[in-house]
Ligand binder design. Structure first.
Ligand SMILES: Nc1ncnc2c1ncn2[C@@H]1O[C@H](COP(=O)(O)OP(=O)(O)OP(=O)(O)O)[C@@H](O)[C@H]1O
Ligand SMILES: C=C(C)CCOP(=O)(O)O
Length: 264
């Protein structure tokens, strides 16, 4: 079994202020997946410009101020709609390649407490997998049992950690828009060096998030993957913007990447 994440930085134009799909990348990646389909696959995708700017605008995941609840609930409803629409685009692209996808909406079956998954039922995903479907789930907004927060943002990366821990897949592959994890942000520092392996957060010298990414960008991702590694599941981050990389990764071929295997 493989769990594959399609990063929001790949399938959307993440810097856009409005939700904007990257049709070209999505179509190409759907084709690559169909050419290298493993016998058991779960796809998780990020939100990119369909989620992060709106989650920031409506302060989802931040304490709810006096008189703010109604506005936040409207925001929740709007974001839930946009990420669902992105999921429809992703599923459509995969279906066009003949892949029997099934959409799994996190906000309809996951409850969080303080931003972390508190209650969920993975049995539906397992049942679809057993019948040969390819479940496609995604970063979403969810209800939060913390009375201050009331709602929070659930990243696709946290879903990967959750599912990885339970399902113990053979491989966990995260496709993003850079070749892996560098010692500093490669988009800002041309001299950044690609790290082949990460065992701890200390391996990254310079760790800013991005102001527009509400789930911690690369740092948030690594945190989840290190937690997953503690449970004995290794993961890898690859560049899904480079044509052919998803296919190579799914087929287990050589490519640039960072392996996250923690202190085990
Ligand atoms: N040390 C680092 N190594 C690699 N990338 C980094 C680093 N620091 C910051 N980044 C940034 O992290 C970004 C990738 O993380 P991001 O969370 O945006 O990916 P994603 O999973 O595709 O997005 P989404 O959360 O929308 O699904 C890169 O575009 C890169 O600029
Ligand atoms: C911003 C929202 C709604 C989900 C974030 O998921 P991610 O893009 O996987 O971090």
């Amino acid at each position: 079994m493989i769990i594959l994440k399609l990063g929001g930085s790949v399938i959307t134009k993440k810097e856009a202020q409005r939700p904007t799909l990257d049709h070209e990348n999505l179509k190409r990646i759907a084709g690559e997946i169909s050419e290298s389909l493993p016998s058991s696959l779960i796809i998780v995708h990020g939100a990119g410009s369909f989620g992060h700017p709106l989650a920031k605008k409506y302060r989802i995941g931040a304490p709810t101020g006096k008189g703010e609840l109604k506005k936040k609930m409207m925001g929740f409803s709007i974001i839930q709609r946009w990420v669902k629409l992105l999921n429809i685009h992703v599923c459509d692209a995969l279906r066009r390649e003949g892949i029997p996808v099934v959409s799994v909406q996190p906000s309809s079956f996951i409850l969080a407490y303080n931003g972390r998954i508190k209650h969920a039922d993975p049995r539906i995903i397992i049942a679809y997998l057993e019948r040969g479907f390819i479940p496609v789930t995604y970063g979403d907004v969810v209800l939060d049992a913390d009375e201050n927060l009331k709602m929070s943002v659930l990243s696709g990366d946290q879903i990967i950690k959750y599912l990885g821990e339970i399902l113990k897949p053979d491989r966990v592959i995260l496709g993003t828009d850079v070749d892996g994890v560098f010692d500093k942000d490669p988009k800002k520092h041309p001299d950044a060096k690609l790290l082949k392996r990460i065992k701890s957060l200390k391996d990254i010298k310079y760790r800013p998030g991005t102001s527009e990414d509400v789930t911690g960008a690369m740092l948030g991702k690594i945190r989840e993957l290190l937690l997953l590694a503690e449970k004995g599941v290794t993961s890898e981050i690859i560049n899904a913007k480079r044509p052919g990389n998803i296919k190579r990764a799914l087929l287990g071929r050589e490519l640039k990447r960072t392996i996250i295997d923690g202190d085990i």
